[in-house]
Design a binder for this molecule. Structure first.
Ligand code: FAD
Length: 261
């Protein structure tokens, strides 16, 4: 069985988000990490590998420095890594990103593709389902549990106030939530292998299969950022001290005043 995990290198937003004067993300001012949902997706793939002996390949599209997250993934236990990087891919929106990743995946065999549900920087949750659409395979999103059952995958899918259990024949794509599991740490042996023994395969535009230039990079991105601005902060609100019966009357009056009721 062959599993591909798509991993995005994202800025760590824990220490606060830093912006350039034009409102775009200042990526160089923030630490780069493996997107949390993708790390959970990788852990799910590694647990399937532990049980079945599956081969796990990690793929990222990004700048050359994105190789760091691939090495980290191999230190956790991934077998192979592919970095898709090329100047012509820069400025890609979700359409151009998913077109690129699908173009790379057409070169390799896979039974199961796992992506994160959402990247913590772009936050669109579009790339996983778009890759599935490009490749013509089913997608199950919001996975909180993934099990292999013969030639199918069974997924516990988070759905507002309940769960759905869905089964799909492989090949298929599953998008993972960070609640899926607690990812393992890198092992000392794994770190040694990942940095000294294993290779990262590097592909450029010419390695993308069945992809048109007009769908790549900034030129191939139908989404344009028209404006970036800070959120207007909510006010402190209004504090009143009343007894319970007066409070109800007061709140009802406010709701009527604002046409909420
Ligand atoms: C006009 C325009 C220009 C942009 N230019 C840039 C730019 O130059 N550099 C930049 O970093 N962003 C750029 N962006 C943002 C870019 O569109 C998104 O970062 C990217 O398309 C992924 O979308 P997302 O972060 O919302 O991912 P989501 O859809 O939220 O991600 C879901 C999952 O898809 C997978 N995934 C997403 N992206 C990748 C990836 N690159 N490699 C592997 N797996 C991935 C991961 O598993 C991830 O968890 C640009 C956006 C626009 C609109």
């Amino acid at each position: 069985m062959k599993i591909v995990v798509c991993i995005k290198q994202v800025p760590d937003t824990k220490g606060g988000v830093k912006f350039n004067p034009d409102g775009t993300l200042n990526r160089t001012a923030m630490l780069a990490i493996m997107n949390p949902d993708d790390k959970a997706g990788l852990e799910a793939a590694l647990r399937i590998k532990d049980e079945t002996g599956a081969e796990v390949t990690v793929v990222t599209m990004g700048i050359p420095k994105a190789e760091d997250v691939l090495r980290e993934a191999m230190a956790m236990g991934a077998d192979k890594a592919i970095l898709v990087t090329d100047r012509v891919l820069g400025g890609a929106d979700t359409w151009a990103t998913s077109t690129t990743i699908a173009g790379a995946l057409r070169n390799i065999d896979y039974d199961l593709i796992i992506t994160g549900r959402q990247a913590i920087d772009g936050d669109t949750a579009q790339v996983g389902p778009q890759i599935a659409e490009h490749l013509g395979i089913p997608v199950i999103s919001y996975a909180e549990d993934i099990k292999i059952d013969g030639d199918s995958v069974i997924v516990k899918r988070q759905y507002e106030d309940r769960y759905h259990e869905l089964k799909a024949k492989m090949p298929c794509l599953v998008t993972a939530l960070s609640e899926l599991n607690v990812p393992r740490y890198m092992t000392p042996g794994g770190i040694f292998d990942a940095y000294d023994e294993k290779e990262v395969t590097v592909w450029g535009r010419d390695n993308l299969k069945d992809v048109d230039d007009s769908d790549l990079g900034l030129k191939g991105s139908p989404t344009k950022i028209a404006k970036a601005s800070d959120k207007v902060r909510k006010g402190a609100g209004e504090k009143v001290t009343l007894d319970p019966s007066e409070s109800v009357e007061y709140i009802m009056g406010k709701l009527k005043e604002k046409h909420v009721i």
